[in-house]
Design a protein around this ligand. Structure first.
Ligand code: ZN
Length: 374
């Protein structure tokens, strides 16, 4: 079954982790064996061959570059201009992947439809109704199918001015999360507190004008409610879990999930261990120690469906290449290809076939069909 992954930091891995995602996962891991600069060296779970093996034919892929003021201990660039340049370098990598036929950018409804047709091997009328039965992720000539991506920006620090936002839109940027780990220039974000600064509220107005998708992931609780108030356009949460299962401000409480469902949002469930279970300590807790398995993802998905009252607002936003690897993911997940097990796990929980399809790809495709420009 076609899987849509609503959050991957592919270009960050290419440029900052120096990972060539066109190569097999074994080779990527092998080349990192003696490297110690990142906590997940040698334990990555994402590359294009594994995405195709798991049927992940479409994703939301980020540009990401934080600006840090002097004294801010978070990793990041020392000026917003450097952050902008980094995101432009990331875009150059996506373009190079397009030229190789590894990826294809989706900017419009038409391009979305065309891509879904390619993955299904036959024209269909409504992407949301697609059965997406492509068992093989290769074209009829045997060449690998390109992975479709919708370009998103995680954290808005790199947006130097609203002219740069417009330029980004012209480059195909369709979704934007103003916040990341904060505080940021346009939003406070995870591990920070408070409301949007004035320029954050202005950013929302500009995004509204351009018709962009607002990603509410990483907003503080105050910003979350402010955003729902201020933003009239489409909004989603690309990679967010449930606070009821993993108490931390990074996750949504039930009231927030209800409000998102009312707005027609889709919430992508994430596979970052610290967001899935309580009291996870990075680089200390292990998946084995707490018995973390992929089934926990199904619990988060199920919680969203129970709170929303239906299966129309839940999806997958794995975040599997978000600066962590197998040390911080479910112990029974070898690579991103294991997302292919999610449909069967939902069926085992009693989910109807149409709801399984909705969660695997249909809800996000439906959303995009409405949110993308013609
Ligand atoms: Zn994130």
């Amino acid at each position: 079954m076609l899987i849509l992954d609503a959050h991957l930091d592919l270009s960050m891995n290419a440029l900052e982790w120096n990972r060539d995602f066109t190569r097999p996962i074994s080779e990527i891991r092998e080349r990192e064996q003696r490297m110690t600069d990142k906590p997940d060296r040698g334990r990555g779970t994402v590359c294009f061959p594994e995405m195709r093996r798991g049927g992940i034919g479409i994703c939301v892929a980020t540009q990401i570059a934080r600006y840090v003021k002097h004294g801010n201990p978070l990793p990041g660039w020392h000026s917003p201009e450097q952050a902008w340049a980094q995101t432009q370098g990331q875009l150059a990598w996506y373009r190079a992947m397009e030229e190789r036929g590894e990826m294809v950018q989706i900017r419009t409804r038409g391009e979305l439809q065309k891509h879904i047709d390619v993955w299904n091997g036959a024209p269909v009328s409504d992407p949301a109704q697609t059965h997406a039965s492509s068992k093989h992720a290769g074209s009829e000539t045997g060449a690998p199918l390109p992975i479709g991506y919708i370009l998103s920006l995680e954290g808005a620090d790199s947006i130097l001015s609203f002219q740069h936002l417009e330029r980004s839109y012209e480059q195909g940027l369709r979704a934007l999360g103003p916040a990341h780990y904060g505080p940021g220039l346009y939003a406070q974000g995870t591990d920070a507190v408070g409301k949007f600064p004035p320029r954050g509220r202005e950013l929302l107005r500009e995004m509204d004008r351009l018709g962009m998708i607002l990603d509410v992931t990483h907003l503080t609780d105050e910003e979350f409610w402010e955003a729902l108030d201020l933003y009239q356009g489409p909004l989603w949460a690309s990679h967010s879990d449930c606070r009821a299962l993993a108490p931390h401000q990074r996750q949504f409480n039930d009231e927030q999930i209800k409000a998102l469902a009312q707005r027609g949002a889709v919430i992508g469930a994430a596979l970052d261990a610290w967001m899935m279970v309580p009291n996870w300590i990075r680089q200390q807790t292990t998946p084995q120690a707490v018995g973390l398995k992929l089934e926990k993802l199904i619990e988060h998905i199920d919680h969203v469906c129970q709170v929303a009252g239906n299966a129309n607002h839940s999806g997958i936003g794995s975040d599997l290449d978000g600066g962590f690897g197998r040390e911080q993911t479910p112990m029974d997940l070898e690579t991103i290809a294991d997302l292919a097990r999610v449909p069967d796990m939902l069926r085992a929980r009693g989910y109807r076939e149409e709801d399984v399809r909705a969660i695997a790809h249909g809800n996000f495709l439906n959303f995009l069909t409405k949110a993308l420009p013609q």
